[in-house]
Design a protein around this ligand. Sequence first.
Ligand code: SMG
Ligand code: MG
Length: 377
Amino acid sequence: MPVVQPVAPVTLESIELRVLHLPLVSPFTTSFGTESVREVIVVNARTGEGEGWGEIVTQYEPYYSSEYTQGAWDVAQRFLVPALFQARTFAPEDVAGILAPVVGHRMAKGGIELAILDAALRAQGRPLGEYLGAVRDRVPSGVSVGIQRDPAALVDAVRGYLDEGYVRIKIKIKPGRDVADTAAVRDAFGAIPLQVDANSAYTLADADTLAELDRFDLLLIEQPLQEDDLVDHATLARRLSTPVCLDESITSLKAARDALALGSAAVVNIKAGRVGGYLEAVRIHDLCRDAGVPVWCGGMLETGIGRAANAALAALEGFTLPGDISASSRFYTRDIVTEPAVIEEGHVRVPTGAGLGVEIDRVALDDVTVERVELRP
Ligand code: SMG
Ligand code: MG
C-alpha cells in the first residue's frame, strides 16, 4: 500500500501572494451564478532550499463555499503566513498543524501548504505524484459543462468535448434545468459516462424531481442539497437509485467520516482546496478506499499549478471514477505554466518532474496579476 513518506523540512524566507484574473474561454454557469473571469490566488514560497508554488482556489464571491478571494487574501497575510514565519523551519507535513489554530479557511491553508510541499519536494527532486502515492502515469479526463442557453446548446457543447476525447461528461443542473437537459444529452449521445452536479440547489422537497433523473442511469448526482445537509442527503439517497456524491459537504476527513457513517454519500468528490490541502485529500482517499467508497478528483478551474497537483492526486488507487480533470484549454487560452495540461487519448498525463513538475511562465503570470504582496518574517 503506498504511504506518504515524509519530506525534509524547509526554512521559510518569504512568501509572495498574487491575485490573478484569468479570462475564461467561455462563461461558466452553475446553479449559483456565471463566471467569466477566474479570480484566484497564487502562492510563491521562497525557502532556504528553493521555491515552490501553490494555488488558493477561492472565487471572487462566497457562493460555492464561505471562502472567497479577499477573505483568503486577508487571512493569509494576517494569520496564516505569520504563523509559518513563527515556526520558521518545518516539514510540509507540519503545515496543517501550525495553521490549525485558525478555524476554517481551508482553501487558503491548502494553497499555502501546496507551495511549501512543492518547495520541499523540488529540493529533494521528488515528484508530487510519487510522494502522494500515485499508481498511474496518466488519468482519465472528465469535463464539467456549465448550464447553457437551452438543452440544444448543451448538446452542442457536450459534442465539442466528446470530439476532444473527454471520457466522462458532467453537466451542471439547477431547478428547472435538470430533467430536460439530462434527457437531451442522453438522447444525443447514448450510454456515455454521464453525471450531474446541482451545487446545493435543491431541498428534500424536490425529491420527486430528482428521482426523475434515475431513469438516465447516471454515474452519480453531485451535491443536490446544502453543505450542512448530511442527514437530508442520507434521506434523499434512500429515495434515489442514482448514487449520491458529496462535494461541498466534504470539508475534512471528519466530515467525510460522518457522511459515510450516516449514509449521506455513496461516492465522494475529493478537492484538495476544499479540505485544506493535498495531505488531507489523501487521508480522505484512504478512508474511502478502506470503506469501499469510490472517489474522484474534483476541480476548481485550477491554473496549471493546481491542475498538475490534481493529476497527481487523481493517480492514487482509490480514484476509481474519472474526475473533473480537463485540459487547461477547457478554461484558459493562456495558462501560467510553460506546458499546460492537454488531453491525449482521453487522458491527462501525471507530471514526472520534481514537485508539481510544471514550470511557471513568468511573463504570463505577470500579465494576469492584479495584486501582489511580498511577506517576510
Ligand atoms: O475545474 O473542471 C473544473 C471545474 C469543475 O464543476 C466544477 N467545479 O462544484 O464541482 C463543482 C465546481 C466548483 C466550481 S464552480 C464555479
Ligand atoms: Mg461540485
